[in-house]
Ligand binder design. Structure first.
Ligand code: PLP
Length: 352
C-alpha cells in the first residue's frame, strides 16, 4: 500500500481541511453496490446522468448545456484539446500571466500556442488588464480565451460587468472558458450562469466539487456550455454514463451548499486574521482573496528561515517560484488552529 506522510499538514494544494457534509457521508453509507452491476439508464431518458440533470435544475439551464468530467482538470483538458488540436493551422490560447501552470501544459500537449495577457497589482489585489485583453483578442484572434475567476494563485476575481465587457469584445469564433474552480467561497450568487451561457454561445464556465465542496478526492467537475460549443459536446460525453456513486455524492454535496458556506465564512474570517496579523510587518503583504487560499508577499531574504520554520512544525506551504511572484507564498486556508499556527510561524521569523 502506498502510504502518505501522515504527520504533514499540506497547506500547499488548496484542499479542504474541514469535515465532510453529513448528507455526503449518508449517501456513501446507504449506496448499494448492486447499482454497479449495470450501466445508467439515463440515456433512455435522453439525459447524460442524474447529476447533470440535478445541476441543470439547480442552475436553471437545460441538461444539454451541462458537462461533467473527472474533475475540472479533465473538462479543461478536453475543451483545450478539442479546440486547439484541429489541425491545418496554428491554434492559439490566451491565458492570464499569473495562473495555474496546467493551462499551458495542456495546450502544449496538442501543440497549441499559449499567449499571456497581463494582470497588474493594485493595492491589495491583482486585476485583469481588460483593455489589454481586448487588444490582444483583436490582434491575435485566439481560438480560445481563458479567464480564471477567482484566479490561482492571485485569488482575485472578475465582476460580472467585467466578464460581459470582455465577452462583448470577443468574436463569436473565439471560445471563452472561465475557470471558476475557486468560486463560491465569497461570492455565492449563481443566477448569472443561465443568462450568460444563453447570451454567449461561445462560453464555457467550468466548476468543480474539489474546492468549495471539499471533495478533491472524488474527482468530479461540471461545466456550463453555450450552444455554440456543439463539437465539444460529443467530445466530452461518456455515452455509457458516469460513476453512479460519484454522482450521488455529487448531488448530496450540492444539496449541502449551506453546510459548506459556513466553512467558507470561517475561511473569510481567517483571511482577515491573516491580514491583521501580517500586514503590519515590514515588507509583508496579504492580498485579498475570493478563494480558499491567500497569497502573501514576504521579504525574500527570509525565505530560508521561513522554509526551516515551516518544516520544523510539519506544515507545507507553497513558496511561489514564477516570474513576478518569486517573493510570494500561497497558503491554503486550514482550520482556525492551523491558521493560527501558520501566522505564529511567520511572525516569529519576521520578528527575529
Ligand atoms: C485554477 C484551478 N482550476 C482547476 C483545478 C481543477 O481541480 P479539480 O480537477 O480537482 O476539479 C485546480 C486544482 O487545483 C485549479 O487550481
Amino acid at each position: 500500500m502506498i502510504s502518505e506522510e501522515q504527520n504533514l499538514i499540506y497547506l500547499d494544494r488548496n484542499e479542504y481541511n474541514f469535515e465532510v457534509a453529513p448528507l455526503v457521508q449518508e449517501v456513501i453509507q446507504i449506496f448499494s453496490p448492486d447499482e454497479f452491476t449495470h450501466y445508467t439508464r439515463c440515456f433512455q431518458q435522453g439525459i447524460k446522468s442524474e447529476l447533470s440533470q440535478y445541476i441543470a435544475d439547480v442552475y436553471g439551464v437545460s441538461e444539454k448545456n451541462v458537462v461533467l468530467g473527472y474533475g475540472g482538470e479533465n473538462i479543461l483538458k478536453e475543451v483545450i484539446h478539442c479546440f486547439l488540436s484541429q489541425g491545418g493551422r496554428e491554434r492559439r490560447i490566451l491565458i492570464p500571466t499569473y495562473s495555474w501552470w496546467y493551462y499551458k501544459s495542456i495546450a502544449d500537449e496538442v501543440n497549441g500556442t499559449t499567449l499571456m495577457y497581463p494582470l497588474y497589482e493594485d493595492g491589495y489585489t491583482f486585476r485583469y488588464d481588460i483593455p489589454e485583453i481586448k487588444r490582444l483578442v483583436q490582434s491575435e484572434k485566439p481560438d480560445m480565451l481563458l479567464l480564471a475567476s477567482p484566479n490561482n494563485p492571485t485569488g482575485n476575481s472578475l465582476t460580472l460587468d467585467e466578464i460581459k465587457d470582455i465577452l462583448d469584445s470577443v468574436d463569436s469564433k473565439t471560445i471563452v472558458v472561465i475557470d471558476e474552480a475557486y468560486t463560491l467561497f465569497n461570492k455565492r450568487d449563481i443566477t448569472y450562469i443561465a443568462p450568460l451561457i444563453k447570451q454567449y454561445p461561445n462560453l464555457l464556465i467550468v466548476r468543480t466539487l474539489s474546492k468549495f465542496y471539499g471533495l478533491p478526492g472524488l474527482r468530479l467537475g461540471y461545466a456550463f456550455m453555450g450552444d455554440g460549443l456543439k463539437p465539444f459536446d460529443s467530445f466530452s460525453t461518456m455515452y455509457l454514463g458516469f460513476n453512479k456513486l460519484s454522482e450521488k455524492i455529487g448531488i448530496a454535496a450540492l444539496q449541502s451548499t449551506d453546510f459548506y458556506a459556513e466553512k467558507g465564512d470561517w475561511m473569510q474570517q481567517d483571511k482577515e486574521r491573516y491580514k491583521q496579523a501580517l500586514n503590519p510587518l515590514p515588507d509583508f503583504k496579504v492580498y485579498d482573496s475570493d478563494a480558499n487560499f491567500i497569497l502573501i508577499k514576504y521579504p525574500i531574504e527570509m525565505k530560508e528561515a521561513l522554509q526551516t520554520a515551516f518544516s520544523a512544525v510539519n506544515i507545507v506551504v507553497k513558496f511561489m517560484n514564477e516570474e513576478g511572484l518569486r517573493t510570494h507564498l500561497r497558503i491554503t486556508l486550514g482550520t482556525p488552529a492551523m491558521n493560527s499556527q501558520v501566522i505564529e510561524v511567520i511572525k516569529q521569523v519576521a520578528c527575529r
